[in-house]
Design a protein around this ligand. Structure first.
Ligand SMILES: [Zn+2]
Length: 158
């Protein structure tokens, strides 16, 4: 037994999900009782490919703004290390259908984005040369074409 804390996403059976999807990964309570909900925003089927680093970096920059345009109280949007999607933390308990619609609308915004990527300069970004808007837009188009859904959590049986 190690002392490492349990991590919710390691209990998800990644072979049973069907991307693209949004999934409520968990809800945390702060000491004062506020809820913080964590969502998976999965674009690619796990273990069947990965978004190139430059493209997921651009998705991170674009979704950081566009998701906040469509969903209130977003705390954080960050790429999954496996590069198949994003994590999102939001204050409160928005219903999954609302999160799904916000993600769809944000992806439509990404697909249509034909201006400079926000936050791309040596001052604003930790790797500002590493971006790919064309590929980011294509990933948004692909996910919308496949149709997003709400994914329920299927736990590993072990
Ligand atoms: Zn950056």
């Amino acid at each position: 037994m190690s002392g490492m804390a349990n991590v919710e996403s390691f209990d998800l059976d990644h072979t049973k999900v069907q991307a693209p999807y949004v999934r409520l990964a968990g809800i945390k309570r702060t000491p004062s009782g506020d809820a913080i909900s964590k969502y998976d925003l999965r674009l690619l089927q796990p273990n069947q490919g990965a978004i190139d680093p430059a493209a997921i970096h651009t998705l991170e920059h674009l979704l950081a703004g566009y998701l906040r345009d469509h969903l209130t109280d977003v705390v954080d949007v960050s790429p999954m290390g496996c590069r198949t999607g994003m994590y999102m933390a939001v204050i409160g308990e928005p219903n999954e259908g609302g999160v799904l619609r916000a993600f769809e609308q944000a992806l439509r915004d990404v697909e249509a984005h034909d201006r400079p990527i926000p936050g791309v300069s040596e001052l604003e970004c930790g790797n500002y040369r590493d971006h790919d808007l064309t590929a980011a837009r294509q990933h948004a188009r692909d996910a919308l074409g496949q149709g997003l859904k709400v994914q329920e959590t299927i736990l590993l049986s072990r």
